[in-house]
Design a protein around this ligand. Structure first.
Ligand code: ADE
Length: 252
């Protein structure tokens, strides 16, 4: 998959050449084309921003350099994402949808925004990574790229499943432990050590359900509609968690 990134700060993208995404680039699974918007300014001072018509705070990215940058990556025929706090909220569904594309264009804004004509003409999909405002779209785009990259076949090591099709999908992850069994007087839960896979599975499910109910009641509610997919013992666990009072402090 190829990511065309339009930015005023190309140096920031050295971060995506490390770790698992970096390995995917080396293996030819992912390709980055980082384009400096400033290179396309026809202004003699390479200006890229100006004041908004009608007044208002801050500066806007101008249409002219963005037009050139969009043209240079063939954005006409590609899905174009504009990272923006006013966009639709990014979630795993959007990520998995984007991972189906062979090539996308990501526009990273800075200043107070971009000339609306760019967004309209180039059919930009506005995407936000959360209800907070960053100084620019670069970090947001890297969050998106990282999440999309791990959905591309071959990017994760085979034992790390990208799509969790198990009963746990849609739930927050249960607590996990590794060696040693006892550390500073803190013991790993006994059930995980006894080798009874059914008991271990039901314990993990219970923990995941409790955490999800406490921290993400919206996800817990969605999970309830999958009750029919559960085995009898799994349903018993779900009923137990539902019947527990909400006074326990799992959400901490
Ligand atoms: N640019 C600034 N804030 C952002 C956000 N929350 N999501 C995406 N892009 C942004």
């Amino acid at each position: 998959m190829k990511f065309n990134i339009l930015t005023l700060f190309p140096d920031m993208f050295s971060a995506v050449n490390t770790s698992m995404v970096g390995r995917a680039v080396k293996n030819g699974l992912i390709d980055f084309n980082v384009v400096n918007i400033r290179d396309f300014s026809t202004d003699k001072h390479k200006k890229t921003d100006d004041m908004p018509f009608g007044g208002g705070q801050g500066m806007l990215l101008m249409a002219q350099p963005l037009w050139g940058a969009m043209d240079s990556v063939g954005a006409q025929n590609k899905r174009v994402i504009y990272m923006s706090p006013r966009g639709k909220l990014m979630d795993q569904n959007l990520i998995e949808d984007l991972a189906q594309e062979e090539e996308i264009v990501i526009l990273c804004g800075h200043y107070e925004g971009v000339d609306q004509r760019v967004l309209d003409y180039w059919n930009c999909e506005e995407v936000s990574i959360g209800d907070y405002v960053l100084t620019g779209g670069e970090l947001a785009s890297m969050v998106m790229i990282d999440a999309v990259a791990r959905m591309i076949p071959g990017v994760l090591a085979s034992r790390e499943a990208a799509v969790d099709e198990s009963v746990y999908s849609g739930l927050l992850e249960y607590p996990q432990y590794t060696q040693p069994r006892s550390f500073e007087g803190l013991d790993v839960p006994e059930v995980l050590l006894n080798g009874n896979h059914q008991l271990i599975h039901l314990w993990k499910l219970e923990q995941a359900l409790r955490l999800t109910r406490a921290r993400r009641p919206d996800l817990f509610q969605n999970f309830l509609s999958r009750r029919d997919e559960l085995t009898r013992p799994e349903r018993k666990v779900l009923d137990k968690v539902i019947s527990e009072g909400s006074e326990d402090e799992q959400g901490k």
